[in-house]
Design a protein around this ligand. Sequence first.
Ligand code: ARG
Length: 459
Amino acid sequence: SSNVMWGGRFQKPPHVAVQALNASIHFDKRLAFVDIAGSIAHARMLFRQGIIAQDDAERIIAGLQSVRTEIERGEMVFREDLEDVHMNIEHRLTELIGEAGGRLHTGRSRNDQVALDMHLYLREQVDAIHEEIRVFERVLIDVAEANLDVIIPGYTHLQRAQPVLFAHHLLAYVWMFERDCERLRDARKRIDALPLGAGALAGTTFPIDRAAVAEELGFDRIYENSMDAVSDRDYILETLSTLSLFMVHLSRLSEELILWNSTEFGFIELDDAFTTGSSIMPQKKNPDVAELARGKAGRVFGHLTGLLTVCKGLPLAYNKDLQEDKEGVFDAIDTVHLLLAVFPAMISTMGIKRERIKRALDGDFSAATDMADYLVRKGLPFRQAHEVVGRIVSVSIREGRALTDWSIDALRGESALFDDDVLAKLTPEAVVNARMSHGGTARERVLEQLATARARIGH
Ligand code: ARG
């Protein structure tokens, strides 16, 4: 016959150019182990239901285990003319055990088979990424705690706004990543459903037991509608969307690391092991890791947009367009793993340049809000206090001095409400520690926040 799997209907094999286009083996071979696990569960069920004989089931299961061993040893030859991972494995199985191999596909289609593989694979990967993010969060928490005494300028519009604890700034990212973890756990609920048993689209004529297969493969639920089971990819889109949000967060952190590591900021120095040099400029030490993270966010977003577009106009049920669901999400998963293998160590080894950071706070006007708040406490409406302090800042800038350089007499010239105690309220420490509201940057609140974060993630 012209093709081992569907030859009966055909007079010729596919054109070689069609074969290259149609084949997915070069990327779906990563599903081999979950494909085999799914097939073993399917074969056991077929036997228990009396659909195949015991000796056939035993041969199939032992044969699939041999194929798995061959793949582990790198001995399996994946063939493009066999199109995809499902047909490659079934073909090898049949080579090993003969006719019984041909009974495995009873009551099943590649449409529900591939959907099963993707559910199994994504469930595994979502769990692994969840754990890697947690490891990263623990590092951020440890670095935050070890530098609790460091105050940095806080920015809005990238203009000095109000000083904050460096720990507070890092913890902001911990909460973002923690929501990413929560979204992964949530996406996992939808991944945790068994599509197998849907057949090509309409179910099967064999008396299969989907509940038993779901139980064996550890699925929480079964798809209730066979057409839905083989044709929707929303669980992949949710995973991509969650990974995209994670990349938004990682990319923002990366942008800050790049800024902080610049000569202009000089707040941190990334360790040599996480930077690269220039082939021409001997002085350069570039934050490539952070730049790659920022750049790779683009490719992950692209995969999300790509698959949304693939799915949007598809009629029910399966269409070959859906084979395009794999490379993007595989690449997104690989990208996130690559980055999470580097970021924890990069953050835990970065130097914090305390002297530089301290000097950055000298003479800036980030205590201006507190000067206005002082006047408000003395009874001035906030809008008027804002006006008074605005004038003081403007004079300071013109005369090249800091807020703390003003004498009390000179301040009284601007408002009679100023007293001797005002200057002590304008140091970075005082400004930070005055922000005692829940979620604020006061040391006491940040200590509570650290404890809450540790409790949340079990650290
Ligand atoms: N390689 C295919 C995919 O990834 C498997 C399903 C093929 N089904 C079909 N009817 N051609 O989607």
